[in-house]
Design a protein around this ligand. Structure first.
Ligand code: KG4
Ligand code: ZN
Length: 363
C-alpha cells in the first residue's frame, strides 16, 4: 500500500444519499477530495418523519449518479482507489443494503478492498479527518436517532459512558416542534422561535439531573411540553416562542449536568490526559444555545472543544470514507459477505439500556 490512500465512501443509512472521496496520508492527515450529499428532506417532510421505503427507493434512484459525481470531482477512476467504504449499519435496513451492495459491486469490479463501516464510527472519527486529535477523547453524539457519550479509545475501540433511555435529543426537538404545529425537522425552528421567547415562563423538568450515571431521558420533558400545550389550548405566537425557549432551557441545563458526569467518568478512566478533547457531533450540535453550554463546560472542565462544521457533523459520506481510511490503515477490511445491520452498537461490550437505540431510527 502506498503511504497516501484514496477511499470512496458511501452513506445511505437514513435520508441522505451521499458519496465522497477522501485521502489519508502516511502521517494520518486527511483531505476531502469530494463530498456530495443529496438530502431527501422534502420527500419525507409531508409525513413528519423519515419513511423507510421512500428513503430506500430514493437511494436506488440517485446513488450511482452521486458516486459518479464524487469520483469526477476528485478527478479519479475506480482503479485509483485503495478501498471502497460504505455504511453497513446501524440505520434503516433497506437504505443500508442499497449503499453496501453498491460498494461491494464497485470493490469486486475494481479488485479493491471493501470496508464495512459502522455509521457511528464515522461520526466518532470525523474530528481526526480535520485535525490531529489524539486518542482517547470524549464524544458526545446528538442526532435525530442517537444521544450518547462515548470514550473513543482508538479506531474500533469505544466505551459507551451513557445513552438515552428513551427519545434521542433531535427526536425530542422534532416532537416538540410537531406539538407546536411547526414543520419537520423541528430543531432549527424550535431554536429560531426560542430566541423570541421567555426561557423561565414554563418550569419544565430537567430529566435525570443529578444522577450519577451519564444517561439521558427526554420523553418526560416532551410529555411536560404536551401538557402545557394542551392546557394553553389556543397558542399565541408568544406562547409558542415561550414554550420553545423554556424547552431549550431545560435541555441546556440537562446537557450541562450530564456533561459534568461524563467528564468526571472520563477523567477517572484516563487521569493521564490533562486536557481531553470533547467532540460534539450530530445535527443537534448546530444549536447555538447548546454550543454555548459546551463552550462553558469546556472552559470549566479544561476540555478542548471541537465541533466539526455542520456539513461534517450531519450525515455525510466523507466521514464514512475517512473511517474506512482509518480502518484500512490498520488492515481492517471486510469480506464480501459483510452483513447490513439495522442495529450495531459501537461498544459491543455495553450493557443494553432499555429503550435506547431506536429501531431503524436515524443514526
Ligand atoms: O445528524 P442529523 O442531521 O441526522 C441524524 O439524525 O443522523 O440530525 C438531525 C436532527 C433532527 O432531529 C433535527 O431536528 C436536529 O438534528 N437539529 C437541531 C438543530 N438542527 C438540527 N436540533 C436543535 N437545534 C438545531 N439548530
Ligand atoms: Zn448520523
Amino acid at each position: 500500500m502506498t503511504s497516501r490512500t484514496l477511499i470512496l465512501g458511501i452513506e445511505t443509512s437514513c435520508d441522505e444519499t451521499a458519496a465522497a472521496v477522501v485521502a489519508r496520508d502516511g502521517e494520518g492527515r486527511g483531505e476531502i477530495l469530494s463530498n456530495v450529499v443529496l438530502s431527501q428532506l422534502k420527500d419525507h417532510a409531508p409525513y413528519g418523519g423519515v419513511v423507510p421505503e421512500i428513503a430506500a427507493r430514493a437511494h436506488v434512484t440517485h446513488l450511482d449518479r452521486l458516486i459518479a459525481q464524487a469520483m469526477a470531482e476528485a478527478g479519479l477512476n475506480y482503479n485509483d482507489l485503495d478501498g471502497v467504504a460504505a455504511t453497513a449499519g446501524p440505520g434503516l435496513l433497506g437504505g443500508v443494503i442499497v449503499g453496501l451492495t453498491m460498494a461491494k459491486a464497485i470493490a469486486l469490479a475494481s479488485g479493491k478492498p471493501l470496508i464495512a463501516v459502522n455509521h457511528l464510527e464515522g461520526h466518532a472519527l470525523t474530528a481526526r479527518l480535520l485535525q490531529d486529535v489524539k486518542f482517547p477523547y470524549l464524544l458526545l453524539l446528538i442526532s435525530g436517532g442517537h444521544t450518547q457519550f462515548q470514550v473513543v479509545e482508538g479506531v474500533g475501540k469505544y466505551h459507551r459512558l451513557g445513552t438515552t433511555i428513551d427519545d434521542a435529543l433531535g427526536e425530542a426537538f422534532d416532537k416538540v416542534a410537531k406539538l407546536l404545529g411547526l414543520g419537520y425537522p423541528g430543531g432549527p425552528q424550535v431554536e429560531a422561535l426560542a430566541r423570541r421567547g421567555h426561557p423561565q415562563r414554563f418550569d419544565f423538568p430537567r430529566p435525570l439531573k443529578g444522577r450519577k450515571d451519564c444517561n439521558f431521558s427526554f420523553s418526560g420533558l416532551k410529555t411536560a411540553v404536551r401538557e402545557v400545550v394542551n392546557d394553553l389550548g389556543t397558542l399565541s405566537d408568544q406562547d409558542v416562542a415561550d414554550v420553545c425557549a423554556s424547552f431549550e432551557a431545560a435541555v441546556a441545563e440537562t446537557m450541562a449536568d450530564r456533561l459534568k458526569m461524563a467528564v468526571h467518568q472520563f477523567r477517572t478512566a484516563h487521569p493521564e490526559v490533562p486536557n481531553p478533547a470533547l467532540i460534539v457531533a450530530g445535527g443537534v450540535a448546530a444549536n447555538q444555545k447548546l454550543k454555548a453550554v459546551f463552550e462553558r463546560a469546556a472552559a470549566l472542565h479544561g476540555l478542548q472543544l471541537i465541533v466539526p462544521p455542520a456539513k461534517l457533523c450531519t450525515d455525510n459520506a466523507a466521514m464514512i470514507a475517512w473511517a474506512g481510511a482509518e480502518r484500512l490503515a490498520l488492515g481492517l477490511t471486510d469480506e464480501m459477505g459483510a452483513p447490513a445491520r439495522a442495529r450495531w452498537p459501537l461498544d459491543a461490550a455495553q450493557a443494553p439500556v432499555y429503550g435506547s437505540g431506536k429501531l431503524g431510527g436515524k443514526a
